[in-house]
Write a new protein. Structure first.
Length: 118
């Protein structure tokens, strides 16, 4: 029952946020490739981008949670190493998608949708 609830389709009211997060992941991936010099570094970012695109197409609570944890942990990692990074801008840039994801809690379909199903 719980697996069904977290993987059921959700309303697409705020799906544009997922494309913004995908764009941000592309930017971070390109920066990582530029710093490390190998395309293999892009692999984790490609997984995040793929999940963002799948959330855009079919939003679920599970996908939202995984993306929020991924972006949130990245933000927390930068916040924990802030004296090392010395860049509040990096913290703000990573906190932005996290904040948008927290505001984009995927709402279930309205009652009219559940009545149509039977």
């Amino acid at each position: 029952m719980i697996v069904r609830r977290i993987t059921e389709r959700r309303a697409k009211a705020r799906q544009g946020i997922y494309m913004g997060c995908a764009g941000f992941a592309v930017l971070l991936g390109l920066v990582a490739v530029g710093m490390q010099g190998g395309a293999l570094v892009m692999l984790p970012y490609l997984l995040i981008i793929g999940l963002c695109v799948s959330q855009f197409v079919r939003p679920t609570l599970l996908g939202w949670f995984v993306l929020t944890v991924a972006f949130g942990s990245y933000t927390a990692g930068i916040a924990a190493n802030l004296p090392h990074h010395k860049s509040v801008l990096a913290l703000l840039l990573t906190a932005l998608p996290t904040a948008f994801l927290l505001l984009a809690w995927p709402k279930p379909f309205g009652k009219e949708r559940s009545i149509e199903r039977g």
